[in-house]
Design a protein around this ligand. Structure first.
Ligand SMILES: Nc1nc2c(ncn2[C@@H]2O[C@H](COP(=O)(O)OP(=O)(O)OP(=O)(O)O)[C@@H](O)[C@H]2O)c(=O)[nH]1
Ligand SMILES: [Mg+2]
Length: 262
């Protein structure tokens, strides 16, 4: 039995079998680079590219990678349904195949695969790990001021409105162990864009999932186009506000409300 086979059986020590889910929409310039970097940085973990039938042929490139490497897989989805739907499909794929942990990672290189071993190490003592841009030791490279401000303001608002005790509730570089996915009611999730990350943070916090944050080095995408849009920001704003109001109304109805909030 070779080294690769041994590592595949072992997965990540203390965590188990790990699947990195990479959602893609028009990432033809990025998908091969990111998959190669993951395989290099964490050879014992498997990769699933969840492609929404990208018109630029990302899915076919991913098929080529999967054909050459048994640890790379592709989930072809019929059309663009948003990041949230692609992740939910990826989580279900992982759970059906008995993976012990699922990683969320963007395809555009913003989430460095080289940080993955540190995230997985942290998952030994937590059920959910958030790779944070806003915790001590983190770095954000080449982001324009307006994106920095948007992220800081979004996180501040999410923390105040929802009481989720994390510095980067909108971040999309995460590890969920099976226990965390089981604790969250994934069938109730409706968010598509950044709101998806905030929604899962909120649901995990409410379910008592053990969360930790690990500092990451986040870099602006170098190739391909952003899918960020005013619509995605508006969705996050609207949903966070709705959840915040709902949580406050529910808290006010409970006799021990003050002790629990936030
Ligand atoms: N499958 C799928 N993936 C998507 C969809 N929208 C975005 N993605 C992927 O989700 C990840 C994050 O999207 P980005 O466009 O990088 O969003 P962002 O990081 O906010 O924007 P940038 O600043 O441009 O990086 C990337 O891997 C995208 O390809 C979608 O509708 N379906
Ligand atoms: Mg990006």
């Amino acid at each position: 039995m070779g080294v690769t086979a041994d590592r595949r059986t072992v997965g990540h020590p203390g965590v188990g079998r790990v699947l990195v889910v990479i959602p893609t929409y028009n990432e033809a310039d990025n998908v091969d680079r990111i998959v190669a970097r993951v395989r290099e940085a964490a050879p014992a973990v498997d990769v699933l590219v969840a492609d929404d039938n990208s018109p630029d042929g990302t899915g076919a490139i991913a098929d080529g990678l999967a054909g050459a490497d048994p640890q790379v897989h592709v989930l072809h989805r019929p059309g663009k349904e948003g990041l949230g739907a692609a992740y939910l499909a990826g989580f279900a794929w992982a759970r059906q195949r008995g993976y012990d942990a699922v990683v969320e990672m963007d395809a555009d290189g913003s989430h460095a695969p080289e940080d993955l071993p540190a995230l997985l190490d942290a998952a030994r003592d937590a059920d959910m790990v958030i790779g944070s841009r806003w915790t001590r030791g983190a770095r954000v490279l080449n982001w324009p001021l307006r994106r920095l401000l948007l992220s800081r303001a979004g996180n501040l608002y999410a923390r105040l409105a929802l009481g989720v005790p994390v510095s980067d509730a909108t971040g999309g570089y995460r590890v969920y162990r099976a226990a965390a996915l089981d604790a969250i009611d994934l069938a109730s999730v409706r968010s598509q864009g950044y709101a998806f990350q905030v929604e899962l943070s909120r649901l995990a916090h409410r379910a008592g999932v053990r969360m930790v944050e690990v500092p990451i080095t986040f870099a602006e995408r170098e190739h391909g186009d952003s899918k960020m849009s005013p619509l995605i920001v508006a969705e996050a704003l609207w949903r966070i506000t709705t959840w915040g109001l709902r949580d406050r109304r529910a808290a006010a109805r409970r006799p021990d409300a003050l002790a629990r909030w936030p």
